[in-house]
Write a protein that binds this ligand. Sequence first.
Ligand code: SF4
Length: 369
Amino acid sequence: MATEIKTKALFGKTPEELRVLIESFGQKPYRAKQLRDALYGERVASVEEITTLPVELRERLEAEGYTVGLPELAQTAKSVDGTERYLVRLADGETVETVWMPGGDGAELPEADGDGYKRATICVSSQVGCAVNCQFCLTAKLGMRRNLTAGEIAGQVAAVLNRHGVQVGKDRINLVFMGMGEPFLNYDSFMDAVRILVHQIGIPESRMTVSTSGIEPAIRRFAEEPVRPNLAISLNASNDTVREAVMPITRKWNIEALLEAVRSIPLGKRQYVTFEYVLLGGVNDQPEHAKEVLALLKGMPAKVNLIVWNPGPGVPYEQPSQESADRFHKMLVDGGIPAFTRRPRGRDIYAACGQLKRTVEEPGLVSIQ
Ligand code: SF4
């Protein structure tokens, strides 16, 4: 079972929680705003650095055990394509992985960096391990250890932004909640993190995408949210039989229930729901599967991201042939569904989709001082 962790981390608290805390110290409300600006605007790493607060207040916060509490980027591995994967250490010693992908998320061509602006996508984890048990996924092998707090989810982003000296509002940053874990099984903390990232850190929700394996009740809640990222559904099969074998969660909510929930999401004129489809050689990549996908998504504002499966140790699937991947792609496009084949990022360091697993013992990871 997931256990909640109680910390005295300041990062992750809402403005209201900061106000209550500061007032409990007998301080004026404007001190709470200074604290908020330091945490989310300046993204300070320690209470000591919050020089807008009086020394006595900082000392009192520290004496009572309060810390900024940003997750620590403990180790990194850098891919030949510029992708960096981090082993991120949390306050209780658990670790997750976060990935920095300069230039885009692989669904688009890298943009020129000649104008001096940084463009990158950060892939964020939402749980330590995962309970969903998708059969193609390395994270599933860890099982479920615990949910991340809102501060730990948003904090991964802040830590990576700090490492790369990103100026939010000037540089172009996309976030994908597609790292370790199922965000919709940690719904409240995930949405709290989204609100911190949007309202406090300043990354618009239109630049965020959350991927779910299809937690139907959470999709219906998500549909009601006033501020929400773009949605990606991890579909990965064209009928319930194949999907049950690849994603056992289908036994709980089948494809029809999943699509019904997706249809409840109000979309703007040019908005799409993205369907992620990992192509597994001989399992779900045949012409009959493409035909079934077309029938499922008929009439929906949908686009499909095809991901050529990344081989991983101990996972019993084969990579699809280039020919079958190309044929699948063409059949979707010819059938009227926009489809993109994801350029794998960081395959050499196990940072691509379904490959996040805490592999501390692995060569290629180096410590960050
Ligand atoms: S693909 Fe996502 S939901 Fe499925 S087991 Fe892996 S981390 Fe969990």
